[in-house]
Design a protein around this ligand. Sequence first.
Ligand SMILES: [Zn+2]
Length: 415
Amino acid sequence: MLTLTYEYKAKPTKEQIKLIEHILDVCRKVWNFALRERKDWLNSRKCPVNACSITSEYIIPADAPYPNYNTQAKALTQAKKQYPELKTVNAQVLQQVLRKLETAFIDMKRKGMGFPRFKNRYRMRSYVYPQLGEGQILRGNQIKLPQIGWMEYVKSRDIPDGFTVKQVRVVRKASGYFLMFTLECNVNVPDTFPAGYAVGLDLGLDKFAATSDGTLVERPRFLTQLHGKLKLLQRRLKNKKKGSSNRHKLNRKIARLHQRISDTRKDWHFKLAHKLCDDTGMIFVEDIDFRVWAKGMFCKHTLDAGFGQFVSILQWVCWKRGVYFAKVDKDYTSQVCPQCDTHTGKKELKDRVHSCPECGYMTHRDVAAAQVIRNRGINALGRSVVENACGDGLTGTGDSLVKSQRSKKKGGEAR
Ligand SMILES: [Zn+2]
């Protein structure tokens, strides 16, 4: 089973926009209510039984069960009798809101993400139709959505053969409304076979990326410029009165800029990924959890560079272009010599050059790391790297690196 997400710009009519906004509004109320319920329950369990909290008091019986998805979904059905507004929105859409909340709580525990937040009208930006109606749902450049009916969209690309639309998410962005189609295909797609020229890729903060061929990819300058502009606008925000229409306008402007930045970045990521796939058979990257980076000292830089997004885009482009993609162990990639496997010790951030005391190999530090990554990837595939007396940078003869002349060189003592 293969799932893809395609994004299209929607062209809703005025009535449809009104309806979408209404649905978002009800979804937001359901989210906030359900979150309040969970928060109250959790808070009420924090206070010791024999003492009353001075700051807050929650009258929730001790045997009341924790409001999870099931109880909340049941309560939602009950609440419809009392609040007719809830009936104005498709039941499944509202259930999805509760499900999303459940996931948010699970993610918090498992992945260490933040506590789910209450949403104001700017923060509730999307909702999903988990199931589309029976029968024909696509017709020309229109899609039939429950409750909304036929809606036009810009058909920027065709849905690939064999795929069906499983879900549709309606998203409000600064530049209008969008539809994200989740497409599913019931055919098993064969995994890409590892073969051809291998490239290792090291992602970094100084340079965006380095390949084992010695190519260094600079961070895109245009993003820095756009970020400067963003800062300027955000500084202006504090002079505007809360709730004023000027503040609202400025906020809209900031939102549009945010979107432009994220679109530009994504576009650049795709272009880079395609470029890397040219003339390449296999790509290896480090298996890094970029969320940890984003929390640590590299915080801002990591977020702007969007490494996590880039890696998933690269994985997708590789799959599409028939290039083998794999992640390798990330440990000590910057501390090992790609030529002789000697542990050369920790490099400071300012040390830009890898210079091996054992074999005298010298190259840019990120390139060295990329070469280590490539070697590890190839080794993981059960092939070994050919000893190359002339140094590593023999581009063009790359295939010789992969050909399985099994030189038993790889030693375990290196790490
Ligand atoms: Zn060496």
